[in-house]
Design a protein around this ligand. Structure first.
Ligand SMILES: [Mg+2]
Length: 207
């Protein structure tokens, strides 16, 4: 069995980093709640849309290694590895940010995975060729189908509900901040521990 997983905001949690850098750069006050959405909305309300776009490039490019893995995601990968369940990562990511310095966002994502032990042969041991960074949404959807994923986990309902999303793939919405409590079109999980319990147990391959 193969499980496909999105990268940004599914494996990597940027909430604390966006908040810290936005405060550091004087875009928001420290009282703004520390989620990416709250930082974005506060900057937009203040007319700082361009600064928000540039901050994203800075976070995803220059400072990504300061972002954390979501709790439980490394354990999920390790449980899969121990059970012989394969995982691939499929991400839609431009090669460079839309504004600001031309950071290599693909290189940065691979560096983050390296830095967090995903390629460590003594640990998660994810094959590098199982990481697919695609520059368009259409290519991401095609790749999910081409990989032959049985399940795909993503934080965006818009992605999972795309008409071109491969029909044979079971869709899982990763919703750690409970943004989509009424979403009924897909299975929904609030944490990686819950995915471990529900997806792997339902799949019947690990227990
Ligand atoms: Mg995502």
């Amino acid at each position: 069995m193969l499980i496909g997983v999105d990268f940004d905001n599914t494996i990597v949690s940027y909430d604390a980093l966006f908040h810290r850098l936005a405060v550091e750069q004087g875009h928001i006050g420290p009282e703004v709640p520390a989620t990416k959405e709250q930082v974005r909305d506060t900057m937009r309300r203040a007319g700082r849309e361009d600064a928000w776009t540039e901050l994203q490039g800075y976070v995803y490019g220059a400072r990504i290694c300061e972002a954390s893995a979501f709790p439980g995601v490394k354990e999920f990968f390790q449980t899969c590895r121990a059970a012989g369940v394969e995982i691939c990562i499929v991400s839609h990511k431009t090669k460079h940010p839309f504004r600001g310095p031309a950071y290599d966002l693909h290189r940065a994502a691979l560096d983050w995975l390296e830095h967090n032990g995903f390629f460590d042969p003594q640990g998660i041991d994810l094959p590098r060729e199982s990481v697919y960074l695609r520059t368009t949404l259409a290519d991401k959807l095609r790749q999910i189908g081409d990989c032959g994923c049985a399940h795909f986990i993503d934080d965006l309902p818009e992605l999972l509900s795309e008409p071109a999303f491969p029909v044979a793939v079971e869709r899982w919405l990763f919703d750690p901040n409970d943004h989509h409590p009424h979403e009924a079109r897909f299975a929904r999980a609030g944490s990686w521990r819950e995915l471990d319990e529900r997806l792997l147990r339902v799949a019947g391959s690990c227990r």
